[in-house]
Design a binder for this molecule. Structure first.
Ligand code: CTP
Ligand code: MG
Length: 247
C-alpha cells in the first residue's frame, strides 16, 4: 500500500492573533508545519511502510517559504518522499480538496493532518495507518471527553437554557491525523464539495464528510500530545511542554 499525507497549513490563524499565518509560527525552535511534517515522515506502520508523498497546503503568499522549509524536512528524513506544496482554499475542506488533487496514481491510503497539531507523535500516525491497513476505510484518533457536555438552546441575552446533558461515556474528542482509503475520501469530498466553500457549512474534519457519505468511521485511541494549537494560550502550553519534555 502506498501512503500519502495531506498536511493542512493554509489557514490564517485568526484566533492565534499573530501577524503571520499560524503554520509558520515557531515553537520549540521550528515552525508548527515543520514539526507536523517531521512526525508524519518519521512514522512507520507495523508493516514498515511510511509516507511516500507529502502534500502541504499553504497560504498563497507563503508557497515558496513553505516549500523551502518542507524541502529541508524531506531531505533530513533520508527517505524517498515526494513533496508537493499547493495553495489552500477558502476553508479547510477546500484546502484538503486541493491537496487531494495532487495525489499521485499509486497512492491508496491518505492521511489528513493539521499543522495546527504539531506534536502528534509518530506512533499516533502509525496507529491510524495500521487501522486503515486492517481494513477500516476511515479512522480517526479520539480521546475521552473530560468535561460534562450539555446541549443548549437559543439564549435570551442573559444566557442559554440547557436542553439536555449528553452522556459523556459515548463521546470522544477527535484529533488528526485521520486516515482513509483514498477512494472513500475522494468520493466523500466530491459529494460534500458544494458546502465546502463557506466556513459555516464546511465540514470541520474529513471524517465528517465520510460519515455524511454513509461510510462507517472508526476511532482509535488519540494522544494528548496531538492537542490543537488554536489560541495564544495553546501556543504557550505547547512551548512549555516541549521545554519540560526536552529536559
Ligand atoms: N487550514 C487550511 N486552509 C484553510 C483553513 C485552515 O489548510 N482555508 C488548516 C490550518 O492551517 C490548520 C488546520 O486547517 O492547520 C485547522 O484549522 P484551524 O486550527 O482553524 O487554523 P486556522 O484556520 O489557521 O485558524 P483560525 O480558524 O483561528 O483562523
Ligand atoms: Mg480555521
Amino acid at each position: 500500500m502506498t501512503i500519502a499525507a495531506v498536511l493542512t497549513a493554509a489557514g490564517s490563524g485568526t484566533r492565534l492573533g499573530l501577524d503571520v499565518p499560524k503554520a509558520v509560527v515557531a515553537v520549540a525552535g521550528a515552525p508548527l508545519v515543520v514539526h507536523a511534517a517531521r512526525a508524519l515522515l518519521a512514522a512507520r506502520a507495523s508493516d514498515g511502510s511510511g509516507v511516500a508523498q507529502l502534500v502541504v497546503t499553504a497560504p498563497a503568499a507563503l508557497l515558496d517559504e513553505v516549500a523551502a522549509l518542507l524541502g529541508e524536512v524531506v531531505d533530513a528524513a533520508a527517505t524517498d518522499v515526494r513533496l508537493d506544496v499547493v495553495g489552500g482554499g477558502r476553508t479547510r475542506q477546500e484546502s484538503v480538496a486541493a491537496g487531494l488533487a495532487e495525489l499521485v496514481d499509486d497512492v491508496d491510503v491518505v492521511l489528513v493532518h493539521d499543522a495546527a497539531r504539531p506534536f502528534a507523535p509518530p506512533e499516533l500516525v502509525a496507529r491510524v495507518v495500521d487501522a486503515v491497513h486492517a481494513g477500516h476505510a476511515a479512522v480517526v484518533p479520539g480521546l475521552p471527553v473530560v468535561d460534562t457536555v450539555k446541549r443548549v438552546a437559543a439564549g435570551d441575552g442573559t444566557g442559554r437554557p440547557v436542553v439536555t446533558t449528553v452522556p459523556r461515556a459515548d463521546l470522544v474528542a477527535v484529533q488528526t491525523p485521520q486516515g482513509f482509503d483514498r477512494a472513500v475520501l475522494e468520493r466523500a469530498h466530491a459529494v460534500g464539495s458544494g458546502l465546502g466553500a463557506h466556513e459555516a457549512t464546511a465540514a470541520s474534519d474529513d471524517a465528517g464528510l465520510v460519515e455524511a457519505a454513509g461510510v462507517t468511521v472508526w476511532v482509535v485511541p488519540g494522544d494528548e500530545r496531538a492537542a490543537k494549537v488554536t489560541t495564544a494560550r495553546d501556543l504557550h502550553v505547547a512551548q512549555a511542554l516541549r521545554t519540560t519534555e526536552a529536559r
